[in-house]
Design a protein around this ligand. Structure first.
Ligand SMILES: [Zn+2]
Length: 545
């Protein structure tokens, strides 16, 4: 049905909802009624509104659709890196799908402690503010994939909506596939094929463990609906050819727009557009629980030079046990390729085979992804490479910095002060990964700013408070539990976490409580706090005592 929402709220806040804002009117003192108009019907699960303190930046697609990018007022410098490539991907999807964006406008709104990465409410995508990032974080964790995925749903899911769970492939498989195409447009071929390679490996191992699932199974897991679903479309396009595939997609959307659809509806359109029978496709990719590994691998080999080289290397390595020969094979392909993705994969996978001279050269390459591959694969840093590893503290990547700080600190106790001084004040990703680690290490170091230890501890302790995001809180709880222990304030925050709306965070908190109550001292302290908790928290905590 068509939804036209009127929402009245405190005038100090922004209200954002499905459709186009057509009027605002002042109501009783200090309230505003916001009126939104939609012109087309949609399914009710896509209804949404967000209310908060937001600013926005408005851009437009090549076709003239207004795109509103919302942000918290303090995040103006994060707008560009957070929403980077939005217009490119919007324009790309309109051209690729062949059907104009079907709604009046598009809005994206970040919110705190969201249950998912993003949700594709029609014209009003809501997403986790853990994706609101600065330029340095872009290389580590960006919004591009989620941005493209929710945007693709505006056609696949919102314009045409699956009748029920058995046809869920039509939503998630399609959104994942079209997001991947949009990312290919932005990041290039290697990104596309290596991401498919990674999911093929996951699906293959699921299949080999006899846990494979059919795409037509309403109870299948996310891996099946999203990744096997995307793979099925890769295979279909490969089988039908680009022209027939695109014609079929366009006809499918035209025929069923603003209606419900089934997989049979989709297949019928694709058969008609291509003149081919899709019975085999259906049995191999949709109703079979196994993942067709050989077909997938052949596709990757035929389309990606770097993956073909990688597969060839793996075969060569399997046929020899000689370490020197293995290293020769690896060095040869590393030297030949221009693909950073392939080089990075070689470093990650064969790190223990690589000699120091090789590692030194990678450091000298100054390629941030390759330097990151080294530090992530490193267990402990050898004395001979100490000065090379120290240069990682200047890299523009928070994941690199986090890993380098910890590993340098642990490997060279005599230089702990130097490493901490160099990274003091760096916050890191939205989950404060660097700051939380830094505080923990500063407290744990012998003789580091002894007079400030209490200040550091108080700051670390404060991050379990509900005013911070769940990722920040979870890391703070973990570091405190593993090192100095939890204060009464932390225990109260943990009780709050144990009934949190985010189920992953709630589960983490409940597991930690299970651990704590095994300790008599913690158990007593928790008992004494019970009366200060709210009813819901009390009910849960009492059940554990
Ligand atoms: Zn989705």
């Amino acid at each position: 049905m068509e939804f036209d929402l009127n929402i009245t709220f405190d005038a100090a806040y922004q209200v954002i909802a499905n459709g186009k804002l057509v009027a605002t009117s002042n109501e009783e003192p200090k309230s505003i009624m916001w009126s939104f108009d939609m012109q087309k019907p949609m399914s009710s699960y896509l209804l949404a509104f967000a209310i908060g303190n937001y600013d926005k930046k408005t851009i437009a697609s090549a076709s003239g659709i207004p795109i509103e990018l919302y942000y918290y007022p303090q995040d103006s410098l994060r707008v560009e890196p957070t929403y980077r490539h939005t217009k490119t991907m919007f324009d790309f999807l309109e051209t690729e799908i062949g059907l104009r964006y079907p709604w009046q406008n598009y809005k994206q709104i970040p919110v705190k402690d969201f249950l998912y990465s993003g949700m594709e409410n029609t014209t009003a995508t809501i997403f986790s503010d853990a994706y609101v990032i600065d330029t340095t974080a872009f290389i580590d964790k960006n919004y591009v994939n989620v941005n493209a995925h929710e945007l693709a749903h505006q056609w696949f899911g919102n314009l045409v909506t699956a009748t029920n769970g058995n046809h869920h492939w039509l939503q998630e498989g399609f959104a994942t596939y079209y997001a991947l195409l949009a990312e290919k447009e932005v990041f290039g071929d290697d990104y596309f094929y290596w991401k498919l390679h990674k999911t093929a490996e996951q699906l293959q191992s699921m299949s080999e463990d006899n846990k494979g699932e059919a795409l037509t199974d309403a109870k299948a897991s996310s891996l099946t609906f999203y990744e096997k679903g995307a793979w099925a479309l890769v295979a279909l396009r490969n089988q039908l050819g680009e022209n027939a595939f695109k014609t079929g997609i366009k006809n499918y959307l035209e025929t069923y727009k603003f209606k419900n659809v089934t997989i049979q509806n989709f297949l019928a359109e694709m058969e008609q557009a291509s003149g081919k029978n899709l019975g085999t496709f259906e049995s191999v990719w949709l109703s079979n629980t196994n993942f067709p590994t050989i077909e997938a691998k052949t596709y990757l080999k035929n389309n990606s030079e770097s993956l073909a080289a990688y597969f060839e290397l793996q075969e060569k390595l399997e046929n020899t046990t000689d370490k020197a020969e293995k290293l020769n094979f690896i060095t040869e392909i590393y030297g030949k390729t221009n693909s950073t993705t392939l080089k990075s994969a070689l470093i990650s996978k064969y790190f223990t085979l690589l000699p120091e001279e090789f590692i030194k050269n990678v450091f000298l390459s100054n390629e941030i992804e390759l330097r990151q591959a080294i530090i992530l694969a490193t267990d402990s840093i050898p004395e001979t490479l100490k000065s090379d590893y120290e240069t990682l503290l200047d890299d523009k990547s928070y994941l690199t910095l986090e890993s380098a700080l910890y590993k340098l600190w642990a490997s060279f106790p005599e230089d702990q002060k130097k490493y901490l001084d160099a990274t003091d004040g760096v916050v890191g990703l939205p989950n404060k990964n660097i700051r939380l680690l830094w505080l923990t290490l500063a407290i744990a170091s012998q003789n580091y700013n002894g007079l400030k230890t209490k200040e550091y501890f108080d700051e670390l302790t404060s991050y379990t408070n509900p005013k911070y995001g769940t990722e920040t809180r979870q890391t703070a709880f973990t570091y405190l539990y593993q090192t100095l222990g939890l204060t009464d304030a932390n225990l109260k925050d943990l009780a709050d976490a144990s009934v949190h709306h985010s189920w992953q965070f709630k589960k983490f908190a409940r597991n930690l409580i299970d651990e704590l109550v095994k300790d008599a001292d913690y158990k007593n302290r928790i008992k004494e706090l019970v009366l200060t908790l709210n009813i819901e928290e009390q009910r849960y905590i009492k059940s554990k005592l």
